[in-house]
Design a protein around this ligand. Structure first.
Ligand SMILES: Nc1ncnc2c1ncn2[C@@H]1O[C@H](COP(=O)(O)OP(=O)(O)OP(=O)(O)O)[C@@H](O)[C@H]1O
Length: 252
């Protein structure tokens, strides 16, 4: 592959009071790829996500985004470089509509106040973009319903539209299918596949069907360290991985 490296970490380490949650991780996420991070509970996936988005500062090591050093930068600086992570469902406002959520996300991106941004003129100008974002995640027909009335899978789709609103160069998706039934999982796989086209995605998911369906590369973490890295069909037959994770998950 000749694509550029979108995100690279070098010996990235995070200690919590001496405990290494992420331990000397070398990661290389290629531009335009879907790169999954998997591993058993406590492997360090969430901490790695938090490091990549600036929510926690590393104890040592380095992070680059398109070859620019972002090590230790706060979340808003990392976000301005085009790295966006999926919002958690708890951050949705039950009484606002999907349209209003997308408008808020776009307003946040402009750095202007929501009141100012919502002026007729600006809203009119952004309307096609709002409509396009809602259509992209299949929420156009439900755009004006309060979010509290949406089904769980629809709320998760809305979260994805809020990440897309930031027009990220790198999207980090934290368990986009968590808590879903089979039908919603398959719908979400299709949705992520569509929105991932031409974009760079880092994905954490416990569901191996999801990882196998979407990921170009898989990094398996165990106790904060990289246990294996490769294509899904390579890592799933790796003995160490089977012992550490996949075997347990598949035979659970
Ligand atoms: N703020 C913190 N303070 C102390 N220890 C922490 C902190 N955050 C995470 N840890 C520890 O670091 C380790 C890695 O946690 P992390 O949440 O990154 O794992 P994970 O792979 O995301 O797990 P899961 O699949 O359960 O979400 C765990 O042992 C956890 O207890």
């Amino acid at each position: 592959m000749t694509s550029r490296v979108a995100v690279r970490t070098r010996a990235l380490t995070k200690e919590f009071r001496g405990f290494r949650a992420v331990d000397a991780v070398d990661l290389e996420v290629r531009e335009g790829s879907v790169h999954a991070l998997v591993g058993p509970n406590g492997a360090g996936k969430t901490t790695l996500f938090n490091l990549l988005t600036g929510f926690v500062a590393p104890t040592s090591g380095a992070i680059t985004v398109f070859d620019e050093d972002v090590t230790g930068e706060p979340p808003e600086r990392v976000a301005r470089r085009g790295v966006a992570r999926s919002f958690q469902i708890t951050s949705l406002f039950e009484t606002l509509t999907s349209r209003e959520h997308v408008e808020l996300a776009l307003a946040g991106r402009t750095g202007r106040g929501f009141r100012f941004w919502r002026s007729e003129k600006l809203l009119g100008r952004e309307r096609p973009r709002v409509d396009a974002l809602l259509a992209e995640v299949g929420l156009a027909p439900l755009a004006d319903k309060p979010v509290g009335l949406l089904a769980y899978g629809q709320k998760r789709a809305l979260e994805l539209s809020l990440v897309l609103a930031l027009d990220p160069r790198v999207m980090l998706l934290d368990e986009p299918t968590a808590g879903m039934g089979t039908e919603d999982v398959d719908r979400t796989i299709d949705l992520v596949r569509r929105i991932a086209a031409g974009r760079t995605v880092v994905l954490v998911d416990h569901n191996m069907h999801v990882v196998g369906s979407l990921a170009d590369r898989v990094t398996v973490l165990q106790q904060g360290r990289v246990l294996a890295e490769g294509r899904y069909d390579e890592v799933r037959v790796d003995e160490r991985v089977i012992t550490a994770y996949l075997g347990r998950a598949e035979h659970a």
